[in-house]
Design a binder for this molecule. Sequence first.
Ligand code: ADP
Length: 396
Amino acid sequence: MGEILCLNAGSSSLKFALFRADAGGEPTPLAAGKIENIGLAPHLIVRDAGGGAITEQRWTKDDKATHETLLEDLLGRIETSVGEDLVGVGHRVVHGGPDRFAPARVDDALLAELDGLCPLAPLHQPHNLAAVRAVARLRPALPQIACFDTGFHHGQPAVATRLALPRALTTEGVRRYGFHGISYEYIARRLRELDGPATGGRTIAAHLGNGASLCAMDKGRSIDTTMGFTALDGLVMGTRCGTLDPGAVLYLFQEKGMTPEQVEHLLYNESGLLGVSGISSDMRALLASDDERAGEAIDLFVWQIARQTGALAASLGGLDSFVFTAGIGENAPEVRARVAARLGWLGVEIDEEANRRGEPVISTTSSRIVVRLIPTDEERMIAIHTADLLREETKP
Ligand code: ADP
């Protein structure tokens, strides 16, 4: 069929991955990379499928590189290496609203619909859509597919999606959606490969990165999750607050006289691990610090994971397996061990050595709960959907 480019566009970064898709089967990875520090001094790094660096480039502020010029540069590099074979671009789009859950071909009507959801995900949605528009301007003939982070949670029981607000608000879409769905869909897929139709049984997957959430899955289907109406709810994150008494938000408005923009910035960018520690949003920096506040931030991070795992285990009516994934989940054995210790009452027992080495199963053989470590691969999931949709469209 040809090559597929997957894009995950943020405010100052662009993650990408290139896959080769054939007539059938899963696309195979060719290269992946990211451009960081966009707007200041962008830095591009591209790695081959084995993880070896193949290209690196830095721009200075004087180069005036924008998201669009950098994307144009990236498309140029890809076309130089794969010729005319780029057949589609798949995007991570954080919010699909109440009606969009399956991956969809992007057109003007869909873009307009997704634009309307920007206030629900101000940190991500505008940047995701800007990348779609930039590709449309640069390569108008290239098909683009949107994959929604909310999609995997579609089909949750209604009670899990409801907020206890007046019904008129629920009807207008003020409800729980859940996010990180592309990551959880990939985890469910891996669990099916590892465990067959049981797919881990009653599983809680913990996606612990800069954004962090838990998803309760029953045989691979999402039935509850910690993020809600927006990606602010749930766990303590790098700079986001997680679960919060709405009375605290009223206090910020009424007693502190803050504007909506100031409150939004505080909740999305100044809270979480950064806010509590006053040091960093980066778990590596906090683990390396001997400052008491760093310890308090990690304590709260672990406490909330354990506390909200208890809630999701109740939604599932029990627990058979627990999965760690994403930056912290995959790379921080100390955090995994501390979470596991708090889940001992549920029957979680960790093999210290397996945990330290980061093995695929880190629970002991006598643990009632199987604890797995599954590296997530959102780009691969986007490539799978993009290839499937393009194949569907070209079917005779
Ligand atoms: P994003 O949500 O931006 O995709 P990631 O999944 O890459 O984020 O996760 C980023 C987080 O993972 C950061 O807090 C970072 O400190 C943490 N992390 C990455 N590697 C390690 C490590 N070796 N030890 C501890 N934390 C790590």
